[in-house]
Design a binder for this molecule. Structure first.
Ligand code: COA
Length: 323
């Protein structure tokens, strides 16, 4: 039997501090109705000073391990997707490794903005299939509140902080019925780098960096690219829209999420939505949504789940998983 990557456990962490649209409107020239109508966002969580990408990633990873019935000794590697690392190095993944008490294996960070978790899952799947590891923690952890430009109301209302994780374990399987990751597809188009970016980093003189976005252009590309990604994932597995039980999309905008749900012909109850409560948590958004729907019993063993995301790069991708 071929090796297959099983999503053995999921976990999540959200900062306790919640900021509603009305609270944001006290300091930003905006309103609850503007934000809600255009994005579906009602509130977001913002990190306290100690809640860094490493801290939140560790908590989500701990929860994913517990959910899988696994412990630190089962972890051969950690791949952490983030655009807001604690430090340039060591990798945030290695801070998580130390905090979890994992004393062997590998760890690295992966930067693919909002598509980071899908990219990380794709890398983990490849490593597990190649026999390089038997257990990999895949984490998305972000503190976008620290890279927002509070003078730009077009972006600062859209993002939140948090972390989600899955523990991916080697199993056996083939075809579309056996458990595990059936496929991942990742894409990028660097020529579109200037429609969504951070205008600095530690490698640039005196420029810590703030998020910049041309929202309409991103919207247009997101709808087209994500629709293509959905078709690609189904075609690669010889499946149709009717086979999909759940869509777990990147949580950037309720209008994009609705468009994807319609594309798949899924009723809204079959689309996992957290953007109303979490806003856009970038690389954390898909694993946070997945963890929530697994924890509350919506997504069950045997369900076919389609994950998709797009973000700065542009970078985008999908993963089709039999839970
Ligand atoms: N509150 C109130 N008014 C706001 C505002 C805010 N927070 N942000 C912008 N506006 C105003 C603008 O100033 C503009 O006013 P004007 O017409 O008087 O100039 C008006 O609202 C329209 O702005 P615009 O940026 O064209 O809005 P939009 O309809 O394109 O909606 C987004 C903006 C960001 C919600 C939308 O483009 C979007 O969702 N894009 C995709 C974003 C995304 O998914 N990004 C993440 C990918 S990972």
């Amino acid at each position: 039997m071929p090796i297959r990557s099983i999503l053995a456990g999921t976990g999540a962490y959200l900062p306790a501090h919640i900021v509603t649209n009305d609270e944001l409107a006290l300091t930003v020239d905006t309103s609850d109705s503007w934000i809600r109508e255009r994005t579906g966002i009602g509130q977001r969580h913002f990190a306290a000073p100690h809640e860094t990408a490493a801290f939140m990633g560790t908590e989500a990873a701990r929860a994913a391990l517990a959910n899988a019935g696994a412990g630190p000794d089962d972890v051969d590697g950690i791949i952490l997707a983030t655009s807001t690392p604690d430090q340039a190095f060591p990798a945030t993944a290695l801070r998580v490794q130390a905090a979890l008490g994992v004393t062997r294996g590998f760890g690295f960070d992966l930067a693919a903005a909002c598509a980071g978790f899908i990219y990380a899952l794709s890398v983990a799947d490849g490593m597990i299939r190649a026999g390089q590891a038997k257990g990999i923690l895949v984490i998305g952890s972000e503190v976008y509140s620290r890279i927002l430009n509070w003078q730009d109301r077009g972006t600062c209302v859209l993002f939140g902080d948090g972390a989600g994780a899955v523990f991916v374990r080697a199993g056996e399987g083939s075809g579309c019925i056996d458990r595990g990751i059936l496929s991942t597809h990742i894409h990028a188009q660097g020529t579109l780098g200037d429609i969504l970016y951070v205008d600095g980093a530690v490698g640039q003189p005196d420029k810590p960096g703030h998020l910049v976005m041309h929202g309409r252009e991103v919207f247009r590309h997101a709808v087209t690219r994500l629709a293509e990604a959905v078709e690609e994932a189904l075609a690669a597995n010889g499946l149709t829209r009717r086979d999909v039980d759940w869509l777990v999309p990147h949580q950037a905008n309720a209008r994009i999420i609705d468009a994807m749900g319609r594309k798949l012909g899924l009723s809204s109850e079959r689309v996992v939505v957290t953007v109303d409560r979490h806003a856009n948590t970038s690389a954390a958004s898909v694993p946070l949504a997945l963890a929530e729907a697994c924890a509350d019993g919506r997504i069950r063993r045997g369900d076919l789940v389609l994950l998709e995301a797009l973000g700065g790069g542009l970078a985008w991708g999908s993963a089709l998983v039999r839970m």
